[in-house]
Design a binder for this molecule. Sequence first.
Ligand code: BES
Ligand code: MN
Ligand code: MN
Length: 461
Amino acid sequence: MDKVNTYIKEHQQRFLDELFELLKIPSISADSRYKDDMLKTADLTKKFLIQAGLENVEICSTEGHPIVYGDKIIDKNLPTVLVYGHYDVQPPDPLELWDSEPFEPVIKETEIHPNGAIFARGASDDKGQFFMHVKAIEAMIENDSLPCNVKFMIEGEEEIGSEHLGTFIKENKEKLENDIILISDTTLAGKDIPSICVGLRGLSYVEIEVEGANRDMHSGIYGGAVPNPINVLSDMISGLIDDNGHINIPGFYDDVEELTEQERREMAKIPFDLEKYKKAIGIKDIQGEKGFSTNERTSIRPTLDVNGIWGGYTGEGAKTVIPSKAFAKISMRLVPHQNSEKISKLFKSYFEKIAPNSVRVNCQILHGGQPYVLPVTSPGYLAAKEAMTTTFGKEALPYRSGGSIPIVALFEEVLESKSVLMGFGLNSDVIHSPNENFGVDNFFKGIETIPYFYKYYSEKF
Ligand code: BES
Ligand code: MN
Ligand code: MN
C-alpha cells in the first residue's frame, strides 16, 4: 500500500489537470444539441481508461449515448469488481446563478473546503467521483498492487433514466459478470464522517394535465361558473398530504419497510445539527412527516413533491383569464419494499378519482426506479467500512440516502450482484444546482480509500 499511496501523492496535480479536461466538455445527456460533446466525453473517458492500464477498452454504442467499458482480468479464480459511474451531467441552468462558468472548472477555497473545491457541472455528480476510480486503478496497476479483477462501465444516460444501460446489461450479462459492484455517486454523511450509503430511495414520476373549458375564457364573463383548472389542480394537490405530513393515497404505505427501534438508533448515530442544516439552505423551519427525525424523513420515509406546475398567463403584467389547462410534474421517492409501478398506478387511479366532474384529468407515468438496500453484513459493505475506517482514522458508519440511482436495483435483478455505494461527495456540493463543486480533499480521500477497498474485499472473499 505504501507504494500506491506515494504514487497518488506524487501525481496529485496531474490527476486534477486530467479531471479538468473531463469537466470542460459539456456532456449534457438531456439536450440533443450536446450529442457531439457526449461522444467527445466518451472518447476522453476511453483514453483515460487505457492510460490507467485497463484492457479491452471500448466504446459500446447504444440507441442513446454510448457506454465506455474496460477491464483488467488478472486471474479468473480471483474476485471481480465492477466499477460503475456516469459521464453525463445535468443541464447547468439557471446559468446566471453560477459564480464561474459551469464548464470552465476552477478551484476556490470555501468555508467547508479550506483546501479548495473544484467548481464545475459534474465535479461531484459524477465525473469527479468516477475519475477517483480511474486514478486509483492506475495507481494500483502501475505499482503491481491490483489484488483482483476489475471491470469499468461508465455510462452517459444516468441523468435521464439509464434506459439503454438497462438493455445493455441484459444483453451483456457474461461480459459484465462480477462479484461486487462499486460505485461512487453518493455523498458522505458529513465531511469528517466516514460513512457508507446502504440505501437509495426509489422513484415514481408522473405528469398531470387538467383540462377545463375548450379554450381560455374571460375571467369576468365566465368567472364563478366555469372550472378553473389551476384552482382545481392546486386543490387536488393540496389534499395529497395531510397535516401530519402523511400522504393520502390509499395503499401508499402498505409495503413500506418499518425499521426496528434498534435500526433507528443505529441511524441516529450519524451526527446532525439542525440549526446548521436550516442555515445552510436558508429556511426558518423544517417540516415533514410527524414522528420522524429529519434524517429519517429524507431517507427511510417515502415522500411526494411537486417538481413543477404551470398553466395560464405568466407573462408581464396582468391578464384576466381562466385558462383552459393546467399542468404539474409530481415525483414520489419510495423506500424499500414499495414498488415503483404499483405506486405510480395507485397515484394515477386516486388522482383521477378525486377529480371533480367539471374537469378532465390525464395522468401520465413518466419513469420510475426501485429502492435499494445493502445489508451491513455483506462482504462488500464490510470491505468498504474497513477501507474508510483506515483512511479516516475512525469507524465508518452506515447511512441511507434519500437520492435515487435506479440502475442499482436493476443490477441486482439482472446481474445478481450487490452494489456498494462508497461516495465521497457532500450535500453541500449542490449537485444539479448552480455552483456544483467537489472538495479537493474529498477527491483525494476517495482515490486513497479505493485501493483499500480492493485489498480488504480480496482478503475477505
Ligand atoms: N448521483 C445522483 C443520486 C444521488 C445523489 C444519490 C446523492 C444519493 C446521494 C444521481 O445522479 C441522480 O441525480 N439521480 C436522480 C434520479 C435519476 C433518475 C435522474 C435523483 O436522485 O433525482
Ligand atoms: Mn449521479
Ligand atoms: Mn445526478
